[in-house]
Design a binder for this molecule. Sequence first.
Ligand SMILES: Cc1cc2nc3c(=O)[nH]c(=O)nc-3n(C[C@H](O)[C@H](O)[C@H](O)COP(=O)(O)O)c2cc1C
Length: 374
Amino acid sequence: MLKYLTAGESHGEAIIAILEGMVSGLKVSSSVINRELKRRMQGYGRGERMGLEKDAVNIISGLKNGATLGSPIAMVVNNKDFSISSLNALSSPRPGHADLAGALKYGHKDLRNILERASARETVARVSVGTVCKILLMEFGIDILSHVVMIGGVEAHTKDLTFDELRTLAEKSPARCADEAATKLMCEEIDNAKDAGDTLGGAFEILVKNVPPGLGSHVQWDRKLDGNLARSLMSIQAIKGVSVGLGAIAARRRGSQCHDEIIYIRERGFSRKTNNAGGIEGGISNGEEIVLRAYMKPIATLKRPLRSVDIKTKKQAKAEVERADITAVPAAGVIGEAVTAFEIANAMCVKFGGDSLSEMKRNFEGYLEQVKEF
Ligand SMILES: Cc1cc2nc3c(=O)[nH]c(=O)nc-3n(C[C@H](O)[C@H](O)[C@H](O)COP(=O)(O)O)c2cc1C
């Protein structure tokens, strides 16, 4: 089983991740992690800090000669903008952020003691962990992409695009959206929100291809793959909804218009003509592409701040204005890929076990043979 912990504050010395349970013999290069960290910083609508930071991971344990040892992998990304003890104290909590709830809970009179850790800078650690997991998944042919499907009220139309087309188009788009016309409108919408001192949310889709049937389990609530994916995606800062396959749309349909009829072709085995279930039934992957969506609320820090109350004076005040993004949906998609990679990699480790990559591959191939002969 895989697990990870993150540590570090936004303007602290570094962001740190420890990933435990990874098999030995997996080749991991810090340049691949750095490439993903760069993707996390991009996207139209990000704040000034994104130009400032150039994240570079330092893998300080769990690796020898570029391959995993099976021991915990510790990764450190230093913050260039390191100034936590000299930053001014803050006392007007931002509606929509962790400021007030966190201050009440931990008894802090300086909101910075909360927001520095609540900040999405923490996701540097999750992207580092997720990249190691992606590298593992690639050994089994499992590939993950994300693309933005909505920013503000602007929706993308990408229904007929293939996995590869979606990836190529999204990576070229400043909004990480595979629909060129929608990209233009999204960027305009971001400019308009910026001019108004406001912020935007939106949604991204995650696709996972070549997932074998049988990851996750129906037998216990905490082994369900959809449940674990939803928890991980929902734990990304500002994600307020997650759907699998048709998601909420399924609730409006009749069964006959919702469920994916089963077919059998000798060379392919069992499959479906539609994939409304998003590749998961009964908490178990069914062999179809996994399709997830995550919905992000607008950024809580507004240039034109909302009304708040100063926690020291208890007088009406404007919420604090920190340097902030107008929207971060494109970056959230990259983080979504990372946490999805962790959950799929974990489910793979649970199902195929093993302490080394070669042992895991033997188990995987034996299982594929079993499924073929079913
Ligand atoms: C990639 C990314 C960047 C973010 N940037 C900001 C930001 O610049 N300013 C801000 O107020 N919130 C930002 N957020 C959202 C906050 O971190 C989040 O709203 C806050 O931690 C409270 O958590 P909650 O929204 O999940 O309740 C960002 C989120 C993500 C995923």
